[in-house]
Ligand binder design. Structure first.
Ligand code: MEV
Length: 329
């Protein structure tokens, strides 16, 4: 896995799924983008709206004709991680009728930092397996198969990560318990640009979600109030994007960070980076993804380049992305 520290507004390429026949045998290639949650993480698990955008970084899967349906897991992945990957792939393979394809994956996303690396992997594999099986690989089918893998990785995720990756668009997602997910694409004529920075180490999403669940079960009324407010902020942020009002989006991000702190999901390292990004001119800054001890922190900038250059000089891992508007994925 490689990490590209900087890619200035990389031109987004629709790297979905293609087959090549340069010599034999035919190979398939598919891509699953990583994601950032602009507003609404965690409350999403309890059925509230969440605003998420795809990144141009992600996971690419290559499929080669094989004797059976298999994932070539790199040798450096060992023990429990290896078993988990094999089990997750097996669920997707079985959902696609086990086409005879041998799948290799490569990623340019930082792993376990809140940028949807497992969802990107799940989407890349799902899209490729569906194609190899000669089935439709439309976004909804990809969501269904990738969801099998995500449930193996995370237990009971809201589904926002792999849905955003499969659709490859800024979406307002909501999955109320017991009903189908509602997915609304949010369009913006104005560029929405974020700087993604990585701080500290992060516990697995499954653990952060479980710890919050315990607090919520103990004090349900208080946590319901906070989740409801997070959901409202996500709705307001989506309207702000649609209206091209980046100041309102930035304010929503700042308020969301306060709520995430109240939910016990921030840390010293995250808070410091949030304040730093705001001092550097971010219109809004917050953690993104599961949070906890560390992970990804995002800042909304009109022009992220100067802040990115300064942080990069200091050895802080960061990159910028267009998440909505003309140059988004
Ligand atoms: C993780 O990217 C987002 C969470 O809200 C979990 C989920 O939605 O399943 C923390």
């Amino acid at each position: 896995m490689s990490w590209r520290s900087a890619r200035f507004g990389a031109a987004a390429s629709p790297r979905r799924c293609r087959s090549t026949t340069m010599g034999t045998p035919t190979t398939l290639t598919s891509f699953g983008p990583g994601k950032v949650i602009l507003l609404g993480e965690h409350a999403a698990v309890y059925g509230y709206p969440v605003l998420a955008a795809p990144l141009s970084w992600g996971v690419t899967a290559h499929g080669f004709p094989g004797r059976r349906c298999e994932l070539r897991i790199p040798p450096q992945v060992r023990g429990a991680g290896r078993k988990l990957l094999a089990a997750a792939f097996d669920r997707a393979a079985s959902a696609c009728g086990r086409p005879k394809v041998s799948v290799a994956v490569e990623s340019d996303l930082p792993v376990s930092m809140g940028l949807g690396s497992s969802a990107a992997l799940s989407v890349a594999c799902a899209r490729l397996l569906l194609q190899a099986a000669g089935k439709s690989a439309g976004a909804r089918e990809v969501v269904r198969v990738a969801g099998e893998m995500e449930r193996e990785f995370h237990g009971r995720p809201s589904g926002v990560d792999h849905t955003c990756s499969a659709f490859g668009k800024l979406i307002l997602f909501r999955k109320k318990p017991g009903s189908r997910a509602s997915i609304r694409a949010i369009e913006s004529r104005r560029p929405v640009r974020i700087l993604v920075t990585l701080v500290g180490r992060r516990s697995p999403t499954r653990e952060t979600v479980a710890a919050l669940k315990e607090r919520q079960a103990r004090w349900p009324a208080r946590y319901r109030r906070l989740f409801r407010e997070v959901g409202r902020v996500a709705d307001e942020g989506a309207s702000a994007v649609a209206q091209g009002d980046v100041n309102a989006l930035g304010d929503a991000m700042n308020v969301n960070q306060g709520l995430l702190s109240g939910l016990g999901l921030s840390s010293d390292a995250i808070d410091q980076m949030v304040h730093r990004l705001r001092r550097m001119g971010a219109l809004g800054a917050k953690l993104t993804g599961a949070g906890g001890d560390g992970g990804a922190v995002i800042g909304l900038f009109l022009e992220p380049e100067p802040a990115m250059a300064r942080l990069t000089r200091e050895g802080i891992r960061c990159f910028s992305s267009h998440v909505a508007g003309p140059r988004a994925l």
